[in-house]
Design a protein around this ligand. Structure first.
Ligand code: F6P
Length: 335
């Protein structure tokens, strides 16, 4: 293994820079030349790359975003796109490629492997944590903390005005951020895609939960954490509907892309550093077609297809305690 290319693709996640740093340092340690491709798979199509020196990764472990930039690339999904990328990688004398991204990026890796003979390894990088085969993805822990910091602040003002707040968090198809943020913030209600696979809950049930909270506890603040895409019109529309149904002031807060930014927390830096260094080792051992993950504190190798062909489940115990033990509204009898 003489030259290893790396790229970041899809939604950026805090800790991607820590992974880039680990890969570049591991490459230099092994005497391998690391090539950084910019703008995800677009970089492979446009030959937009340069050799990364150790100086390029000084002082980036603490930075959010990705120094290689990221993108989603439609052109790459075609046969012609993959063939162009394969030709370009060969022209650059690349032997191995490390792709840091989510399941879309791993589909891209699998697609490329049909046309390119080099070795390909993936690292799970997405705040959504929706990749099967690894307990956590790079960026997930930071996103929880970012959401939590905001929810704690909202709670202060919610409490002062005894208002209802609906906090919309990211996670198009997965409720990992929502569940963790709800549990850690002591939210009264949580709406996650996994809990409402067929249809969103009925407005009346949600309204009744709020009214019951106020019957039990008197006028009080109430926080509902909800995943994006769960309610038609999102938190903004649901807040209006609940306000008119309960007669209580409801305010929406959409956390949005703020959850994708910021300095990675230690758990993300640790995970990214381990996965990055291991990816270089794996390529040197001739491995390919795998994502490197971590399960029960052990690094694991997961064939790309396994990373998406099974939906990762939420922690059932967290779901249970949030909905039963921590649901003060359902558990308390009105006085
Ligand atoms: O990276 C994952 C994610 O942040 C999802 O949670 C969100 O739905 C999506 O990306 C938003 O993507 P973008 O705005 O970059 O298209």
């Amino acid at each position: 293994m003489k030259r290893i290319a790396l790229l970041t693709s899809g939604g950026d996640a805090p800790g991607m820079n820590a992974a880039i740093r680990a890969i570049v340092l591991a490459c230099h340690y092994e005497g391998i030349v690391p090539l950084g491709y910019r703008h995800g798979f677009n970089g492979l199509l446009e030959q937009e790359y340069r050799v990364l020196e150790t100086e390029d990764v000084y002082n980036i472990i603490q930075r959010g975003g990705t120094i290689l930039k990221s993108a989603r690339c439609q052109a790459f999904t075609t046969e012609q796109g993959a063939r162009t990328a394969a030709r370009n990688l060969d022209e650059a004398n690349v032997d191995g490629l490390i792709i840091i991204g989510g399941d879309g990026s791993f589909h891209g890796a699998e697609h490329l492997s049909k046309y390119w003979q080099g070795k390909i390894v993936g690292l799970p990088g997405t705040i959504d944590n929706d990749i099967n085969g690894t307990d956590a993805t790079i960026g997930y822990y930071t996103a929880i903390d970012t959401a939590l910091e905001s929810i704690d602040k909202v709670r202060d003002t919610a409490d002062a005005f005894e208002r209802i707040f609906l906090i919309e968090v990211m996670g198009r198809h997965a409720g990992f951020i929502g569940l963790s943020a709800a549990v850690c913030s002591g939210a009264e209600q949580v709406l996650l895609p996994e809990l409402y696979a067929d249809a969103p809950p009925e407005l009346e049930i949600l309204a009744e939960h709020i009214k019951r909270a106020q019957r039990i506890r008197g006028k009080c603040s109430y926080i509902m954490v909800m995943s994006e895409n769960l309610w038609p019109g999102g938190a903004t529309d649901l807040a209006k509907q609940l306000q008119s149904s309960t007669g209580i002031e409801c305010r929406p807060v959409i956390l949005g892309h703020v959850q994708r930014g910021g300095s990675p927390v230690s758990l993300d830096r640790m995970l990214a550093s381990k996965l990055g260094a291991y990816a270089v080792e794996a390529l040197c051992e001739g491995k390919t077609g795998i994502m490197i993950g971590e399960r029960n504190h052990q690094l694991v190798e997961v064939p790309f297809q396994q990373s998406w062909n099974k939906t990762k489940a939420l922690d059932p115990y967290l779901v249970k305690i949030q909905r039963q033990i921590f649901d003060l509204v359902s558990n308390e009898k009105p006085h």
